[in-house]
Design a protein around this ligand. Structure first.
Ligand SMILES: Cc1cc2nc3c(=O)[nH]c(=O)nc-3n(C[C@H](O)[C@H](O)[C@H](O)COP(=O)(O)OP(=O)(O)OC[C@H]3O[C@@H](n4cnc5c(N)ncnc54)[C@H](O)[C@@H]3O)c2cc1C
Length: 460
């Protein structure tokens, strides 16, 4: 085993985000020496520019909505406005606490953190500021960056990164892209009082989700007066000192103060020496086999850099997997279809497994059964005044292969959904388990009861 002396380590990890730091933490638990190279801040996109700050803004948005709607629940409250200084203080406070905690974990684990921009100079060596770090194994974990479709970012045209440090609430925003990041910001800004329009090139919002969820979100957004145009692409964006004009391919124009470009994220690998070191790179991504090994012996890749779902918990799982693989523990591969997905707009969307169209493709029309449980029958959802659906998809007479949920706070229900799909539970099995009343979790139990042919509080 390399002892970490003379810059020789068992594992050199390039990138200290979700994938990289999870790999480092697990590797030292397994007795490995680790160098973790990070050019910016440990924690990466998720902690500083992604999951955590966006969810803090969404919580502020929920509080704003509650202030507006207080009278519905008998509380005399009014919405007076958003104080972005305080919003940013609260958001940054959350990040700071988690960041300090993470730095403490990394330090106490005995991981060597190297600050600076690293470049792979051969399959076992990363160079940082003229210094070389050699690993018996190297893990590439440099993550992803916002795609911009050729639009110049600056001024009134921003990506999610700039959107997280705004000091004012915009009056009128256009969001290009109606997927996860786009609908989350649409939800935040609408609750903050802005006029919001989403442009989505595909036929529906959140187009990768089950059609029931896309339709449900569109219905909810219409009710919230969030504007959206689907099935139409933008053509150009022009900014002046006073505003910005978005022209669509159908000739329509929309004036706004601000345009958020939220068209997905691409791999962050340019100029890092991967191809020169012999690693196969496909349009910037680093493809791997199911054991997250690249084509070069001893070099692994994890997280957003590897084609597939771009989620922090996938990065964590990848990092842990690779550390255990290197340590010879032969772990189970991480399969994308079993990874839970949550979109934290209001109402929230949560899903795991395959959609109904995917199930029909896989098992044939006669081989699929579904149930949609309406939250109208769920006591806790009624107390919270939310509408929505829990949909289960099963292989006929077989296990549940997909769970798709929409409704306020339904992200918190994705854990049981994930167990159902990943343990290949039958609705009849789940129906036997008792779900506490009144909880939103009960909606999952009710959906299973209905799919098992014995509905309780189901309304057709
Ligand atoms: C707005 C937004 C909201 C999101 N919300 C969620 C969410 O709610 N839930 C969820 O699961 N996911 C969410 N994500 C996705 C999540 O942030 C990513 O999936 C996750 O961060 C990927 O982890 P990673 O380790 O692959 O990459 P990253 O977190 O991007 O980490 C890569 C690290 O490598 C460093 N690096 C890059 N190049 C070099 C170099 N040459 N030398 C040294 N260091 C380098 C970077 O500085 C960075 O710290 C969100 C993303 C965004 C943008």
């Amino acid at each position: 085993m390399a002892d970490g002396a003379g810059n020789n380590f068992d594992i050199v990890i390039l990138g200290g985000g979700s994938g990289g730091y999870a790999c480092a933490l697990r590797a030292v638990q397994l007795g490995k020496t680790v160098a973790l190279i990070e050019k910016s801040k440990l924690g990466g996109t998720c902690l500083h520019w992604g999951c955590i700050p966006t969810k803090a803004l969404l919580h502020t948005a929920e509080v704003a909505d509650l202030a507006r709607e207080g009278s519905t629940f008998g509380v005399n409250s009014t919405f007076e406005g958003i104080d972005m200084t305080q919003v940013n203080k609260y958001k940054d406070g959350v990040i700071d606490r988690l960041y300090k905690g993470l730095q403490g974990l990394i330090k106490s684990g005995g991981i060597t953190v190297v600050e600076g921009e690293g470049k792979l100079v051969d399959p076992k060596t990363v160079e940082v500021g003229g210094e070389r770090y050699t690993g018996t194994n190297v893990v590439l974990a440099t993550g992803s960056v916002s795609r911009t479709l050729g639009l110049e970012i600056g001024g009134r045209v921003i990506t999610s990164t700039e959107a997280l440090t705004m000091t004012e609430v915009p009056e009128k925003v256009v969001i290009i892209g109606g997927s996860v990041i786009g609908v989350e910001f649409a939800s935040v800004w609408k609750s903050f009082g802005a006029d919001v329009t989403i442009i989505e090139g595909l036929p529906t919002l959140v187009p990768l989700e089950d059609p029931t969820l896309s339709k449900g979100l569109e219905r909810a957004f219409r009710k919230r007066k969030i504007n959206f145009k689907t099935g139409v692409k933008f053509d150009s964006v022009k900014q002046t000192d006073d505003g910005v004009t978005v022209t669509l391919e159908n000739g329509d124009t929309i004036e706004a103060d601000l345009v958020l470009v939220a068209v997905g994220r691409g791999p962050n690998s340019a100029g890092m020496g991967y191809e020169e070191a012999g690693i196969t790179v496909d349009r910037g991504w680093v493809p791997t086999n199911e054991r997250l090994a690249t084509n070069v012996d001893g070099v692994f890749a994890v997280g957003d850099l590897v084609p597939g779902l771009q989620l922090a918990h996938r990065g964590f799982a990848h990092g842990i997997f690779v550390a255990e693989e290197i340590a010879g523990l032969a772990p189970q591969p991480v399969v994308d279809s079993g990874i839970p997905r949550v979109t934290y707009c209001e109402p929230e969307i949560a899903s795991v497994g395959i959609t109904e169209p995917q199930a029909r493709e896989k098992y044939g029309d006669a081989g699929v059964e579904t149930i949609e449980y309406n939250l109208g029958g769920n006591g806790k959802s009624q107390i919270l005044a939310t509408a929505g659906t829990v949909k289960l998809v099963r292989e006929k007479d077989g296990p549940i292969v997909g769970v798709h949920m929409i409704g306020a706070r339904f992200g918190e229900q994705v854990g049981e959904a994930s167990l159902m799909v990943n343990w290949e539970a039958y609705p009849e099995d789940v129906a036997q388990f008792i779900h506490a009343h009144p909880t939103q979790n009960e909606a999952l139990g009710e959906a299973a009861l209905a799919l098992a042919g014995k509905p309780l509080h189901s309304h057709a």
